[in-house]
Design a binder for this molecule. Structure first.
Ligand SMILES: [Zn+2]
Length: 648
């Protein structure tokens, strides 16, 4: 394990603009740099590099972090790999130490599961090659199917013996805990091996780490499923994994398209034949997560499809998902009874490629083909298909493409282009309307009730369906803490901003609402309790990527008090020198936070008053009114303080 001091040295030494500059063309812009984001498709740069803060941030897709994060994300490396890469770049020699038992226990469960999955992959490979049963049953099966040793090695094929406890016993003997074996999906709840008497396919993530397995049964048991897959685990989310992506990624980039097939063996055969840009979805329809994985490497998808009814439905759903991501998709139907496996054996790579070139259909041609095949040419089924096609076209973000598809659709189904266009516009309008409704709901949720005069807003009760949100105030408090937490507000007294915030926030600190923000606040509180400084690096170099991301979002967005503030004439004046005014910013943030809490309490109490009043509980109503009056007074005080701070 790399020593913490070495890790810190690497993080401190690596210059973000140099690290990113190796992969992205950066242009100087103000005090920082800008370039085209390597993580999402864009034409105008929204990817910025901040040399002062030593971090990068994309305002398009939201990705951001330090040098280590960049290398991990861009080069698909693990944390230690990224540290080694950067150490190499900067000529830093890393100190490593052997893990003690305690340290091993400390390593996160996730890392443990990765290590265990790697152990299992090696175990299954070993069983295949080096046991008699593995050789005679497993290896001979793979050989019969024509797989070369190189393919078996590249895809880490393996074997699990006809013995229900062999793996679990061995793993436990080698120090793996039974619970962990279960958590990794390798041991069933009963304590038996999850996989036995099957040939094994190792499912790897995009950086090549094993995350799950699929086992194919060889004997003809009617009752047992042909394939079983690892259950979902901490490290295996089925909807985010594509089989073969690790082996396909370079070719996908080079060929600039990705072929999607259904089966594991299709991937193996095609790869072996020299068509390497191929992955299997191993589910019915593609998911958003899977499509986004592909989009990292290419925008073009070719789906090889065999024509059963379930396949058609899945294909149509997949097409829409691909279109939504502004990617192109084509479908290829294989001739006769062929599956990709048999077809590539038959035709070889070049024959296969030619076939794809000549037979790839876009989704309209595909639907037209199905329609022709179905033999049902009545107006009802025809109009149904056209409707579905229009729904699909509406999902394409690019207007020019939509227009072209409208023309094609009209041609294909011999229907007036204007009618198709009119229908499309209807669908789009409806979608915009729904989207706007959604945004409005969201906005209402975020809005503050500055005038907490519930009498004028009796409908507030129904508004409460949405969560009352304090994001703005919490965000502002965190912003000053992250940026200026270690600065002194009083040089003589040596009071840090953190101390100042903690003292002022103390009575209301437990009312932080947002879970993501609570995490950050807790980090600051812990530091404060230990009398350690709270500084930016604590958050943006934090090991938890969620914390990093939240911190980056907070410090890279400008102050954004909700629109109501300016409506009430309480605009935040532009801070000429924010680094000099952090005390004022902090005080404002705290007061606004308090105010928000008071306003909310007012509202809650008023609702109670209405309720109790209706039930005729005059005593309770009386009491509640007193609390209400007290809160109103508090509100006035805080408002005055806030005004004083602002106008100061
Ligand atoms: Zn981006």
């Amino acid at each position: 394990m790399i020593k913490k001091t070495s890790v810190d040295q690497v993080i401190d030494t690596a210059r973000i603009e140099e690290v990113v500059g190796d992969f992205v063309r950066l242009k100087k812009r103000g005090s920082g740099y800008q370039g085209l984001c390597p993580f999402h498709q864009e034409k105008t740069p929204s990817f910025s590099v901040n040399p002062v803060g030593n971090f990068y941030k994309c305002f398009g897709c939201g990705k951001g972090g330090n040098s280590v994060n960049f290398v991990m994300e861009h080069e698909k490396m693990s944390f230690p790999e990224a540290i080694r890469y950067l150490a190499d770049k900067y000529g830093i020699s890393l100190e490593e130490d052997k893990m003690t038992d305690e340290e091993i226990a400390e390593v996160k469960a996730k890392d443990n599961l990765h290590a265990l999955a790697e152990y299992a992959a090696q175990y299954f490979e070993d069983e295949l090659k080096n046991t008699e049963e593995g050789q005679t049953i497993g290896l001979s099966y793979f050989k019969e199917r024509g797989y070369l040793d190189s393919t078996i090695k590249t895809f880490r094929l393996g074997y699990s013996a006809n013995n229900r406890i062999k793996f679990t016993q061995k793993a436990m003997k080698d120090g793996y805990d039974l619970q962990m074996l279960k958590d990794c999906g390798l041991t069933a709840q009963s304590g038996n091996d999850f996989f036995y008497k099957r040939v094994m396919f190792t499912i790897q993530d995009v950086s090549g780490r094993p995350v799950a397995f699929a086992g194919r049964i060889l004997s003809k048991q009617v009752k047992a499923p042909k394939y079983i897959n690892s259950p979902e685990t901490e490290i295996y989310k089925k909807s985010h994994v594509l089989y073969g992506l690790y082996q396909a990624r370079q070719s996908m980039r080079k060929e600039d398209f990705c072929i999607i097939v259904e089966g594991y063996t299709d991937v193996l055969s095609m790869h072996q034949a020299g068509i390497e840009n191929v992955v299997a979805s191993s589910g019915t329809s593609l998911t958003d997560g899977q499509v986004l994985k592909i989009k990292r490497f290419t925008n073009n998808v070719v789906m090889l499809y065999d024509g059963d009814a379930a396949g058609v439905k899945a294909a149509i759903r997949s097409i829409d998902i691909i279109h939504e991501k502004d990617m192109q998709v084509h479908l290829v139907l294989l001739p006769g009874d062929h599956d990709p496996d048999s077809f590539v054996s038959d035709q070889g790579a070049s024959g296969f490629k030619t076939y794809i070139d000549q037979n790839a259909m876009d989704f309209i041609a595909f639907r037209q083909h199905l329609f022709a095949q179905s033999g049902q040419h009545d107006p009802v089924s025809k109009s149904q298909i056209i409707k579905e096609l229009i729904e699909s076209i509406a999902k394409i973000p690019d207007a020019i493409k939509r227009t072209l598809y409208v023309r094609q659709c009209a041609d294909a189904f011999k229907i007036d282009e204007e009618i198709v266009m009119a229908e499309l516009n209807k669908v789009i309008r409806k979608e915009i309307y729904n989207q706007r409704k959604k945004e409005e709901r969201q906005q209402r949720q975020n809005e503050e009730e500055w005038i907490a005069d519930p009498k004028s807003k009796p409908q507030a009760q129904t508004d409460d369906l949405t969560k009352d949100s304090d994001v703005y105030q919490e965000k502002d408090i965190l912003r000053v803490l992250i940026l200026y937490g270690d600065k002194y507000i009083d040089e003589e007294e040596e009071t840090t901003l953190t101390e100042f915030v903690m003292a002022n926030l103390e009575p209301v600190i437990h009312t932080f609402n947002e879970d993501a923000y609570k995490k950050l606040l807790n980090i600051a509180v812990e530091q404060y309790k230990k009398e350690l400084p709270v500084h930016k690096e604590l958050f943006i170099n934090h090991e938890d990527p969620d914390i990093q991301k939240t911190a980056l979002d907070i410090i890279s967005t400008p102050y954004e008090y909700s629109p109501n503030w300016s409506a009430k004439g309480m605009e935040l004046q532009t801070q000429v020198l924010p680094e000099k005014n952090f005390e004022k910013d902090a005080m404002q943030a705290i007061l606004r936070f308090k105010l928000k809490k008071i306003v909310k309490q007012c509202k809650d109490i008023y609702e109670k008053i209405l309720q109790e009043d209706q039930e005729g509980n005059t005593d309770t109503v009386e009491k509640l009114y007193k609390s209400f009056a007290k809160l109103t007074q508090d509100k006035t005080e805080v408002t005055e303080q806030l005004n004083a701070v602002i106008l100061e």
